[in-house]
Design a protein around this ligand. Structure first.
Ligand code: PXL
Length: 268
C-alpha cells in the first residue's frame, strides 16, 4: 500500500474560499498530501459593508478537541498555523507542539489581513513572538509581521529585511522566509531566506494585475506539504515558489473587492 503523507493546518476558515484553511487544503490536495484541519475561527466577509472581514472565533475547547482527533488519532508529518487570534490559542499551539514533539512546524504569523496595516490582535501577536518563533522550523512573515517580530519600526529596504531575518532567527526560528512580495519598489517581488548562515535573495518578476488574496496562506501551505513529504526546506521552497507563481498568474476576479488564486494552475 502507498504511504500517504499528512499535513495539518491550524487556521481559520475563509468563507470566500481564497485564504485560510480553504487555501491550505486546496494546496495540500494539489501537492498530494492528506490534509487535516483544526479550525480556529470563521471569517465571513460582508458584501453589504464593503467586504468587511468579520471574525467568529471557535471556542478553545473545540480547538483542543480537533487537535486531539488529529494528533492522537491520525498523526501529521508537518503542520502549519494560520490565523490564531488569541493569546490563549497561541499558548495551546505551543503546548501542542511540545506535547507531540512536532518538528516540522511552519508558522505563518498571520497578524494582518491585506489592506489593513495594523496588527489585528496585539495579545496574539505578542504570544506568537514569545512562544512560536522558538518552536518554528520555518516562519513566513510579510514585512509588517517581520517588523513586529524583530521589534523594528518598519522594514523598507533589503538591509532592513536582513536585520529582521537575523533577529527572528536569533529568537529561535530555524528558517526565516521573509516575503516582501510586491511591497518594495522595482519590478521584482523579493523573498529573503535566512538559515542562520546565509542570506538567500529570491527574486521573481512582479505579476501585474494578479489577485493575491490568500497568497500567503497558499505559499506557507505549499512549503508545509513539501516538508510533510520529506523534502528539505530548500526543495519545498522551490516547489512552493513555482506553485504560487502559477496560481497568481491565473488568479481570477471574485467580485469588486476580491479575487482568488487558481490552485490547480501549476498542473496546466
Ligand atoms: O490572508 C490572511 C487570512 C488568513 N486566514 C483567514 C483569512 C485571511 C484573510 O482574509 O480570512 C481565515
Amino acid at each position: 500500500m502507498m504511504t500517504m503523507y499528512k499535513a495539518m493546518t491550524i487556521a481559520g476558515s475563509d468563507t470566500s474560499g481564497g485564504a485560510g484553511m480553504e487555501a491550505d487544503l486546496k494546496t495540500f490536495q494539489e501537492l498530494g498530501v492528506y490534509g487535516t484541519t483544526a479550525l480556529t475561527c470563521i471569517v465571513a466577509q460582508n458584501p453589504n459593508a464593503d467586504w468587511a472581514h468579520e471574525i467568529y472565533p471557535i471556542e478553545l475547547i473545540t480547538i483542543e478537541k480537533q487537535l486531539t482527533t488529529i494528533l492522537q488519532g491520525i498523526g501529521c508529518d508537518a503542520l502549519k498555523t494560520g490565523m490564531l487570534g488569541s493569546a490563549e490559542l497561541v499558548e495551546l499551539v505551543a503546548q501542542t507542539i511540545d506535547k507531540y514533539n512536532l518538528k516540522n512546524a511552519v508558522i505563518d504569523p498571520v497578524m494582518v489581513c491585506k489592506g489593513i496595516d495594523t496588527i489585528m490582535v496585539p495579545e496574539a501577536a505578542a504570544a506568537i513572538k514569545e512562544l512560536l518563533v522558538q518552536r518554528a522550523l520555518a516562519m513566513t512573515p510579510n514585512l509588517l509581521e517581520a517588523a513586529y517580530l524583530a521589534e523594528m519600526p518598519a522594514i523598507t529596504t533589503l538591509e532592513d529585511m536582513k536585520q529582521a531575518a537575523a533577529k527572528i532567527h536569533d529568537n529561535g526560528c530555524q528558517y526565516v522566509i521573509l516575503k516582501a512580495g510586491d511591497r518594495l519598489p522595482g519590478d521584482e517581488a523579493l523573498e529573503l531566506v535566512y538559515d542562520g548562515k546565509t542570506f538567500t535573495e529570491k527574486r521573481h518578476p512582479k505579476i501585474s494585475g494578479a489577485y493575491n488574496h490568500g497568497a500567503g496562506c497558499t505559499f506557507s501551505a505549499a512549503i508545509t506539504a513539501g516538508l510533510a513529504k520529506g523534502q528539505t526546506i530548500t526543495e519545498a521552497l522551490e516547489k512552493a515558489e513555482a506553485f504560487i507563481d502559477a496560481a497568481l498568474r491565473q488568479s481570477f476576479r471574485l467580485n469588486r473587492w476580491s479575487g482568488a488564486l487558481k490552485h490547480c494552475a501549476w498542473r496546466e
